[in-house]
Design a protein around this ligand. Structure first.
Ligand SMILES: [Zn+2]
Length: 405
């Protein structure tokens, strides 16, 4: 928190203070100006000025608050005004683009998932713009003032400059996505790696809300992790990720696209898991897996119904992921480990396998109170992007643009 008397970068201080006040109103509202002044450690005159600007911009509104014990006149409380401001959150995954219109409370107004072929030779940037245009045409009746666009995707991404250097599945080379979309739409654009953004979303709205130290593991088309340490996302604002997917678990294992052999991703990604199941089915003719087409769902259901092969495959994923997590637990001492995966359908098999492995292989004092559970959101939705917009309001960068109109 920055004191309002401090000299120096006035604009930066104004932005930081506005962000702090906005966050406090969001988390404590309805809240009185006096309480706000105390919570923000800002002078009452500063609070009055910041709040006046937010009310004029329709970002904050006044409401009556009645203290339960008092018989006096109700006090004036402040709360956010969120319905008149919308933003678009876009998620790109293998073969699909999801577009969600949210209001500033993060509430979803409407969401579409549309096919985005990995084989199409038209440049990806053109196809993204076309999908955004069509989304706004389809839903123009519902659209209020557009404040921002957030986009999340897998790949190697320079989040500060909004450049997507490389993506899995799509042919992309140094795509200046942020700049092109900002010029095209005139609103700020936030670009972030999907697993990092999803980790932020769980921390702001989901299963790790309120936790200071969290490891979130995603086991899906790709395998990766996000780490929140002391309330902050590790590597936020850089192109780095917590690359557990490319840590070797089998020195004699399959070749990985990263150049090494036997990476966790070559063993635990959904494609690899299904490939292994297919291979082992030929040696296990009695398995229930022969009864229907092999999918993540049928694998999980067979395991839940006691099929030994299906169970063994999911336990294997748990052990391999757990081994890497045990090292991470010793590094970060998390309160919580979140698993984001379609394999959570068989969470009652997968999670204990992960927990057991961590408990056997990490410092007991670090793992005894740790909780392993499912993420609240799934891989496909647009809540990950919602976290980027919320973060930009809280750090003041987007807020200040909205205040300036
Ligand atoms: Zn690799």
């Amino acid at each position: 928190m920055v004191a309002d008397s401090q000299p120096g970068h006035i604009d930066q201080i104004k932005q930081t203070n506005a962000g702090v006040v906005y966050r406090l109103i969001d988390t404590h509202g309805p809240v009185s100006r006096i309480d706000l002044s105390r919570l923000a450690q800002l002078a009452p005159a500063s609070i009055t000025k910041i709040v006046r600007e937010m009310i004029e911009a329709h970002l904050v509104q006044e409401t009556e608050i009645q203290d339960p014990g008092s018989r006096g006149r109700p006090a004036v409380g402040l709360m956010l005004e969120t319905e008149a401001w919308h933003y678009l959150s876009v998620r790109i995954s293998r073969g699909e683009i999801s577009l969600g219109l949210h209001d500033l409370s993060s509430k979803l107004i409407v969401e579409d998932a549309v096919s985005l072929s990995v084989e199409d030779t038209q440049p990806l940037i053109e196809r993204i713009i076309a999908q955004i245009d069509q989304f706004f045409i389809r839903h123009q009746q519902k659209l209020e003032r557009l404040t921002a666009i957030a986009i999340t995707m897998p790949g190697i991404i320079d989040t500060k400059r909004g450049i997507v250097h490389r993506m899995p599945f799509y042919d992309v080379c140094d795509m200046p996505l942020g700049e092109i979309l900002e010029n095209y739409t005139g609103v700020p654009v936030y670009v972030q790696h999907d697993i990092s953004a999803w980790t932020m979303a769980e921390g702001l709205f989901g299963a790790s809300k309120g936790a200071r130290d969290v490891i979130q593991v995603v086991i899906d088309d790709n395998v990766g992790a996000g780490v929140i340490t002391d309330g902050r996302l590790l590597h936020a604002g850089s192109s780095s990720l917590v690359e557990i997917g490319h840590t070797q678990v089998d020195p004699y294992g399959k070749r990985c696209y990263c150049g090494n052999n036997g990476c966790l991703e070559t063993i635990a990604s959904i494609d690899s898991v299904l490939e292994l199941a297919q291979l082992r089915m030929s040696q296990s003719m009695g398995s229930m897996l022969h009864e229907q087409p092999l999918t993540v769902e049928s694998l999980c259901d067979a395991a839940l119904n006691g099929d030994l092969l299906a169970k063994d495959i999911i336990l294997g994923v748990g052990t391999n992921v757990g081994r890497i997590l045990a090292i991470m637990v010793n590094l970060f001492h998390p309160q919580k480990i979140l698993i984001g995966s379609p394999l959570n359908r068989a969470a009652e098999i997968l999670h204990p396998a992960i927990t057991d492995c961590i408990r056997q292989q990490s410092l007991p004092a670090y793992s005894e109170h740790m909780i392993v559970e499912s993420t609240q959101y799934n891989h496909r939705g647009t809540m990950a992007g919602a976290a980027l917009v919320k973060d930009a309001m809280y750090n003041g960068s987007l807020l200040i643009r909205l205040l300036q109109g």
